[in-house]
Design a protein around this ligand. Structure first.
Ligand code: SAH
Length: 501
């Protein structure tokens, strides 16, 4: 018999998932998940994992709770390991307790993986510690939306009203006027601070602070809706002083990353750390080329070359992949001088034990040629492992300078199989502020997938280009780069966006 894991997915920030939860997600055979503040983790499921959505959003139940219980038990009985993933913590207003009871009754083993509950995390991201010695001696987690089938309310408002406890309400936005009213009626001062945090810990987090007396009206005026956490008590007065997350420079800014999935992670992480809502939209798919014999022949005779020039991280990666496939390694480069077109390529080489002999100051082909000529590359044998299709300036200029140049295609790029629909929709809704382009092919492919007119019709969308070559490809589509760094690197691009934002 298998095990069912009742797993908490945390409040939304993907970083706020426990290591244990990640392990269960990566290994389970069946994933049964609720409406989550962030469903990005589902990418971690095994390829053959059966992924089932049984979520609830507001009052609309996709599957009633008893059917969810039946489904969990049915799947567990097939001998598979089941991950029952829930937002926040499974035992805090998540009906995890009921599911666990059913499992016990059915004789099925289960484990609980607690998660970070929104009632603690969302306030923390809004600068509100739920306890603080100067303000309160306790904290109380309360549902703002009781089981509608209950005959009598379980709330004892006189207890909430008379304690100095921090009160944290889940699912309470609709009932906010009633909540505030009851608390004042039972003894809480009308000027008690109240905070609302919507979409806590996510890039679209918003918050507001008011008082018991005014909060219902203020929240309505500001259009505060679910999912929000409501915090009542003196601790809310720390919001201004301790707020940190909402000060992130790109918070809420929509940024599209068009790089190939393999290359996107660095840029995606920096952007997320700065608070941006990142839309991963890989326009390029990268594949090894299908010319094993030619590559092998060159790899076996690397010693014939005086210089190896790498023009991209992918070139390095695919070159070494091929080297390893035929049982060779970095020692084959002994005695050969190595150039990298930029710092990221140089880092990729360093990971393979090679310190580049030359990295140009500016990261375009023309500067590489000048630099190499100064290092006396004339008349030498130069091998350039790179993409099948790329700018020919580098090989041509080196040939002109009298080098014996050979381009060795080790990978190729093609248009990614993505639909531009999600991005076009997000643009139309005004959610996109920057589209980042890191090469001419990202530009060309992007406009294969997204219509240029859509972008032109959205005035808040700005175009960020890594450098002049990419910008000139953009101008071919009728776009000017709104943002472009001095330094044609990813950190440079990020800096330029920060300056612009
Ligand atoms: N088990 C979950 C709570 C589920 S009840 C947990 O432990 O967090 C659903 C309610 O949780 C929502 O109505 C809202 O009040 C709150 N909530 C969940 N995620 C939230 C988020 N990211 N920001 C603000 N409130 C959130």
């Amino acid at each position: 018999m298998s095990t069912v894991y009742l797993v908490g997915a945390g409040p939304g920030d993907p970083g706020m998932l426990t290591l244990k939860a990640k392990e269960v997600i990566e290994t389970c055979d069946v994933m049964i998940y609720d409406y989550l503040a962030n469903a990005d983790f589902l990418h971690w499921c095994k390829e053959d994992c059966e992924v089932l959505y049984v979520g609830k959003k507001g009052g609309d139940h996709t599957l009633p709770q008893d059917k969810i219980n039946e489904l969990i038990i049915e799947k567990a009985r097939t001998g598979k390991s089941v991950c029952r993933l829930k937002g926040g913590d499974p035992y805090v207003f998540g009906r995890g307790g009921e599911e666990a009871e059913e499992l016990v009754e059915a004789g099925i083993d289960f484990e609980v993986v607690p998660g970070i509950t929104a009632g603690v995390a969302a306030p923390a991201y809004a600068g509100i510690p739920v306890t603080h010695r100067d303000h309160t001696t306790s904290v109380c987690f309360i549902t703002g939306h009781e089981d509608p089938t209950k005959e009598k309310s379980g709330h004892d408002w006189s207890v909430y009203g008379q304690s100095n406890s921090t009160l944290v309400f889940y699912m309470g936005v609709k009932n906010l006027p009633m909540i505030a009213e009851n608390l004042m009626k039972h003894g809480r001062a009308a000027d008690t601070p109240v905070a609302l945090v919507r979409w806590g810990t996510r890039c679209n987090q918003t918050s507001m602070v008011s008082t018991l007396e005014n909060v219902a009206e203020d929240a309505k005026a500001r259009g505060f809706k679910a999912p929000s956490i409501i915090v009542v008590g003196g601790v809310c007065s720390l919001h201004d002083k301790l707020g940190w997350f909402e000060k992130k420079p790109l918070l809420g800014k929509g940024v599209v990353v068009t790089r190939a999935r393999e290359q996107a992670s660095g840029l995606v992480k920096i952007m997320r750390d700065l608070g941006a809502c990142v839309y991963e939209f890989p326009t390029i798919a990268i594949e090894p080329v299908d010319n094993d014999a030619e590559i092998e022949e060159h790899l076996l005779q690397l010693g014939r070359w005086d210089w190896l020039v790498f023009t991209s991280v992918n070139g390095v990666k695919h070159f070494w992949n091929r080297l390893e496939e035929i049982g060779l390694d970095s020692r084959m480069l002994g005695g050969i001088e190595v150039a990298a077109i930029g710092p990221a390529t140089a880092d990729a080489l360093r990971e393979r034990g090679i310190i580049a002999d030359f990295v140009p100051e500016k990261y375009v082909a023309e500067h590489v040629v000048d630099g190499l000529l100064k290092l006396g590359v004339q008349g030498k044998n130069v091998l350039i492992p790179r993409a099948r299709v790329a700018r020919e300036v580098l090989p041509e200029e080196l040939a002109k300078a009298g080098c014996n140049v050979k381009v060795l295609p080790v990978y190729e790029t093609r248009l990614a199989e993505e639909s531009g629909e999600t991005i076009e929709e997000a643009m139309a809704l005004g959610k996109i502020n920057y589209v980042t382009f890191t090469s001419s092919s990202t530009v060309e492919n992007f406009f294969e997938l997204v219509r240029p007119e859509t972008v032109k019709g959205c005035p808040e969308v700005k175009i960020a280009s890594i450098g002049p070559i990419t910008a000139s490809t953009l101008s071919g589509f009728g776009f000017e780069a709104d943002v472009q760094p001095q330094d044609y690197t990813i950190p440079g691009l990020v800096g330029a966006i920060l300056d612009d934002a």
